[in-house]
Design a protein. Structure first.
Length: 92
């Protein structure tokens, strides 16, 4: 199953939580996903891949945008930043 279809299934399962009983085995079989993975997601033991990615990021979207602007500004002046400069700016 493709990533987007799987995420769509997980979103659908999340939206049904609390409203009625769902047959997770049948749903997993229908969409071709592992029943235990579906069960863990339904019970909020695990989250989506996007949530995991967001938790691992050092910078949020606004900070990333500022970093890119800073890189563009330095590069425009003919002073492309070094990797250590990028690391220092990102950690600040």
């Amino acid at each position: 199953m493709k990533y987007q279809a799987r995420e769509s299934l997980m979103h659908d399962i999340d939206s049904k939580r609390g409203s009625k009983k769902i047959n997770l085995s049948l749903t997993a079989k229908t969409f071709g996903v592992n029943r235990s993975t579906l069960s863990r997601r339904f019970r909020n033991v695990t989250g989506s891949k996007q949530a995991q990615y967001d938790n691992q990021r050092l910078l949020n979207d606004q900070q990333s945008k500022k970093l890119l602007e800073w890189i563009d500004m330095l590069t425009g002046r003919g002073l492309p930043p070094t990797p250590s400069m990028l690391a220092n700016f990102a950690y600040r």
